[in-house]
Write a protein that binds this ligand. Structure first.
Ligand code: FES
Length: 148
C-alpha cells in the first residue's frame, strides 16, 4: 500500500512539474518576492495580490528543478484565497513535513512531499517558493530571500 501511495505522490509531483499551475507573472500583484537556492543558483519569483489580509491571487515564475516547480505549483493552488494566518500555518506544516517527514496538520496533497525529508539536499528545493511567499506576506516591497 505504501508503495502505491508513494507512486501516486511521485506522479502528482511529476504532473505539477510538467504542467505547473499559475506559472506566469501576475500583472495585478501588489507583492513580489524572489526565493534563491544558494546550492544550485535557482530562483523562483512569487507574485501575490494581497487585499484585506487575504491572498486573492498568486502566481510564480522562474527556473528550478522538478521538486521546486511542483512545490510552487501546488503551493499557489492551495494558498489562493487563504488568509495570511492560514498561509503561515500551512507553510509551517509543510516545513515540518519536508524536514522531519511528518506534521501534525492535515496538509492535503502537499503530503506528496513527505518523502523529500530523506534527501536533505532536496529540502531546500521544496521550501524555495515557500520562503518567497512568506516574504510576500510580510513585505510590500520586492525582495530576495534565500533558503539558508
Ligand atoms: Fe535548484 Fe532544486 S536543484 S531548486
Amino acid at each position: 500500500m505504501f508503495d502505491e501511495l508513494g507512486d501516486l505522490y511521485q506522479q502528482l509531483i511529476l504532473e505539477h512539474s510538467k504542467s505547473p499551475r499559475n506559472f506566469h507573472k501576475l500583472e495585478i500583484a501588489n507583492r513580489m518576492a524572489e526565493g534563491h537556492n544558494p546550492l544550485c543558483g535557482d530562483r523562483v519569483t512569487v507574485y501575490a495580490l494581497v487585499q484585506d489580509g487575504l491572498i486573492k491571487d498568486i502566481s510564480f515564475q522562474g527556473s528550478g528543478c522538478a521538486i521546486s516547480k511542483a512545490s510552487a505549483s501546488m503551493m499557489t493552488t492551495i494558498l489562493k484565497g487563504k488568509s495570511r494566518e492560514e498561509a503561515t500555518r500551512i507553510f509551517e506544516a509543510f516545513r515540518d513535513l519536508v524536514t522531519n517527514g511528518e506534521t501534525q496538520e492535515d496538509v492535503g496533497k502537499l503530503a506528496a512531499f513527505g518523502g523529500v525529508s530523506k534527501f536533505p539536499a532536496r529540502v531546500k528545493c521544496a521550501i524555495l517558493p515557500w520562503h518567497a511567499v512568506v516574504a510576500t506576506l510580510q513585505e510590500a516591497k520586492p525582495n530576495v530571500v534565500s533558503t539558508e
